[in-house]
Design a protein around this ligand. Structure first.
Ligand SMILES: [Ca+2]
Length: 396
């Protein structure tokens, strides 16, 4: 055939197009130096996933109690418990009512660090209505069957409409205080105070688009950076965030890591330092869902550079800092869930430097990834019939 050679050439060129489209950082970025842009990455080897529990409805978070049992939130508003690998068919009683629409519902669960003594469980969740809802945190005593003495310790001072961007990750720090992520309130045209609500991430007068640092009673931590500043919310730890869905502590160094969603591209991994502005939406690599850049600025002096920028967005969810011995090569590294591409990203760290990244393909939306008390990584998938997986090392 005369046309065979040109046709093959065209096919060969076409076969390169997906690779070109997947190339990281499609736009020139004169402002940033040394920012790690991540597209697709190689597959990790030496692991397999094992199903532990099935039949969870949109599970959002998992946390273990000192006796080895695991609490799992389901976004529609149920708290479940897994004992010795078996899911109790009866949900835990006494869970507060939640606003379960869109991204809202029952979200994080975080036992108090002294749970063995005080039996306190902390929950984050969305409350309110479609027209007026907010991120809320409550603590309650868990007697093994139900929650008692439920006490709301924090609610976003402002309400927003629609079901987007609640943030809601809780992270306990070594001093017994906790960090809480709050989303920016949502995408345009969702508005607040006469402008896009997402601009609130740059406004210290609201909780939107922040990490807060609270005492175990929900009060501003006495060391907070904006305490006493007129017009600033005293709970603020950092600002300029879009929607942080994962936070993790490196217990040896005290470093706090967070991953947050961009809009279209520009998802970020950040090293969190108190008082800092992380830029959103004034400084970002992200684009509007319909195409144009959100800001012309991708970096600015004084704004920490993301440690990773994920374009295309992987929609980062739960985040774990691995301290166990089950997979020696992964010790001291981060694991970031992804709602897109059905993956977990293994982020190879050397101290605070990201030195590599690979993927663990799970095949379903990953909502949370955590280290269990047995040193294995556990994974929740975000589905109608979600599952709890355990990651096992394999030979070779
Ligand atoms: Ca940023």
């Amino acid at each position: 055939m005369k046309l065979a050679a040109p046709l093959l050439l065209v096919l060969a060129l076409l076969s390169w197009l997906p690779l070109v489209n997947c190339a990281p950082s499609p736009d020139p970025d004169p402002g940033a130096t040394g920012v790690r842009h991540s597209g697709d990455v190689p597959e990790a080897i030496g692991w397999r996933a094992e199903v532990v529990v099935t039949g969870l409805e949109h599970p959002w978070s998992i946390a273990w109690l000192p006796d080895g049992s695991a609490l799992i939130t389901e976004r529609p508003g149920r708290l479940r418990i897994v004992r010795e690998g078996v899911l109790d068919p009866t949900p835990i009683a006494g869970v507060p009512d939640v606003f379960a629409q869109g991204q809202g519902g029952l979200l994080d669960v975080a036992p108090h660090p002294d749970f063995a003594d005080n039996r306190l469980i902390y929950l984050s969740y969305a409350t309110g209505t479609k027209d007026a809802n907010r991120t809320t945190v409550a603590k309650a005593r868990f007697d093994g069957t139900r929650l008692n003495d439920l006490d709301v310790i924090f609610r976003n001072a402002e309400t927003k409409n629609d079901g987007q961007h609640f943030g809601s990750r809780i992270l306990w720090l070594a001093d017994g205080s906790l960090l809480l992520s709050i989303g920016d309130g949502g995408n345009p045209p969702i508005a607040f105070a006469g402008e896009n609500i997402r601009n609130q991430a740059q406004r210290l007068g609201t909780h939107f688009g922040k990490i807060l640092r609270l005492t175990s009673d929900g009060q501003p931590h006495p060391g907070n950076p904006f305490l006493g500043r007129p017009g600033a919310r005293p709970e603020i730890h950092t600002f300029g965030h879009r929607n942080i869905q994962g936070m993790a502590l490196d217990p040896a160094s005290g470093r706090v890591w967070a991953n947050e969603h961009g809009s279209r591209g520009g998802d970020e991994l950040n090293l969190i330092e108190p008082g800092r502005n992380y830029g959103w939406p004034a400084v970002t690599y992200s684009k509007e869902y319909w195409g144009p850049r959100i800001s012309n600025e991708t970096s600015r002096p004084g704004i920490p550079e993301p440690r990773i920028v994920w374009t295309p967005s992987k929609a980062p969810s739960g985040l774990a800092f691995y301290t166990g011995d089950r997979y020696p090569r992964w010790k001291g590294d981060l694991f970031s869930g992804a709602l897109k591409f059905g993956q977990i990203r293994h982020i190879d760290l050397d101290g605070e430097q990201v030195i590599g990244e690979e993927k663990l393909t799970i095949g379903s939306r990953v909502r949370d990834v955590r280290q269990g008390p047995d040193g294995y990584l556990y994974v929740l998938t975000d589905q109608d019939k979600g599952v709890l997986l355990r990651i096992l090392p394999t030979d070779g």
